[in-house]
Design a protein around this ligand. Structure first.
Ligand code: MG
Length: 250
């Protein structure tokens, strides 16, 4: 059955279905050679896979705009190839809309930020402008666990707390499958999020309940492709980002 599901075209599936009636006796009978998956050159530290869309490589904000009013980004572009949230200038979001994606980004909390609870280096990455993977400095800084670093905000507690030392660079690798809606606007399939935090699995194909609300229950209004958003939490968070790239999965 697994073999049949793995087949990518009808002809191939039919061949395997016929073969599946008889127990294979040769290894070749269960080998699939075509079609071949596309070749992708993998990334090394600081780089991106060959088929990725580069959203931020440190040189400019060309792929981004202000979420408030679609004007130019007012965050700080640093000499070291990173960007830093400029307080109270608002969230930023990609100009392009995305469906299901693989997203890589690196972020750093601000060692000068000594606030407590949710006010210490709070930011976040919002998939489709609605579903937040939390960014927070939780080192010696307790908060509600469904709002801690790498939580799906107020929906899913991370499986582990995998942050590096405050001021060092963290990585998030996120696999997001967008929710689906029918023509009546009803959700027919929940979105899912998987997150690796510094290579550690912290969200394992979590099924989204809806939008990640600060106050109130998750909402499920129908939507299509939408931007990726990075949060300005309006509290001098000082969070920085670098090396942001995305691969589209649909
Ligand atoms: Mg946040």
């Amino acid at each position: 059955m697994l073999l049949i599901l793995a087949c990518q075209n009808v002809e191939q599936k039919a061949q395997v279905e016929v073969a599946a009636k008889v127990e294979p006796t040769q290894p070749e009978e269960t080998e699939i050679w075509e079609p071949k998956p596309p070749s992708v050159k993998p990334y090394s530290k600081g780089g991106a896979p060959s088929d990725a869309i580069i959203l931020f490589d440190g040189s400019n904000f060309d792929e981004w705009m202000s979420s408030k009013d679609s004007t130019a980004v007012k965050w700080v572009l640093n000499d070291d190839g990173s960007m830093t949230v400029k307080d109270k200038t608002g969230d930023i979001q990609t100009k392009k809309n995305f469906g299901s994606i693989q997203l890589h980004l690196e972020w750093r909390s601000n060692p000068e930020n000594k606030a407590t609870n949710q006010n210490r280096s709070n930011s976040g990455v919002f998939l489709q402008n609605r579903y937040e993977v939390q960014i927070l400095d939780n080192n010696d800084n307790p908060t509600y666990v469904n709002g801690q670093v790498a939580s799906i905000y107020k929906q899913s507690i991370p499986l582990a707390m995998a942050s590096v030392t405050t001021g060092e660079w963290n990585s998030y690798d996120i696999i997001f499958h967008a929710p689906e809606f029918n023509n009546d606007g009803d959700k027919t399939k929940s979105g899912t999020i998987t997150v690796l935090h510094n290579g550690v699995l912290v969200q394992d194909h979590f099924e989204l309940q809806g939008t990640t609300e600060y106050i109130g229950w998750p909402k499920n209004e129908a939507h299509g492709k939408a931007p990726i958003k990075l949060q300005d939490h309006n509290d001098q968070s000082g969070v920085s980002f670098r090396n942001v790239w995305v691969r589209e999965l649909d």
